[in-house]
Design a protein. Sequence first.
Length: 251
Amino acid sequence: VRGFIVNYANHPDCHQKNKKSFSGDFPAALRRGLKRVYGEGVFVLFFNGPCGDVNCIDWLGTTSDSYYGGTKNAPEAIGAGLTSTVVEINADIKADNSAPDIAAISKNIVLARRYKSEADYAWAQEIAKDMESHNAMDRAFATEYLEDDGDVSPEIPFEIHTVRLGDWVIVGLPSEIFTDVGRRIKEGSPFKNTVIFELANGTHGYISTKIIQESTAYEAQVSKYNACTAKDSADRIVEATLCQLEELKNV
């Protein structure tokens, strides 16, 4: 075994012991686990799947532990689970030594930008009256809502990367993608195996469904860092990606 590409969807922010520390989180635990099994020379390339709405943390407080699975060391627990899964799957994989059929297409689509509303501006003005009494998230949003949007382009270039490797295809999307978007692409893909990874070469915030964007959820709060694309963005991305995959199939 020379290496693995592992595709798994979950926010790699499970290490909660010290928010001011850098951590490789569960992908690092996965890499260490596979190296213990296959040797230090094995390469492990991790592609995080569409996980804009997937996290191991129980934000709603419905369990007795803040982490699902009842462990305080979630990165190691998830990494160990992924390691055992990869080892089990690898036992049945047969290597194809023929020349690989490789092709790639990368294209931009243009998404419309979301802007703050009058209600957002009014809320920010109230927060600004006493910034220190509010949490860091509210202060950040309020500061941005009070900025002038005059020089911000109404159009957002969104680059879709697709790479064909035989009957496999890798799709790279530059944002935090909700699982429903990834599921629709996989279901419509003309390839036998479709790997999708998010945050590929940049981000435009969360790409969520319309029902989320119309809610008060955190992922729906308009911001150039948090969620800056229009409500039809998810549908546009799915449609454009599937068209690109059909084109790639015939290259």
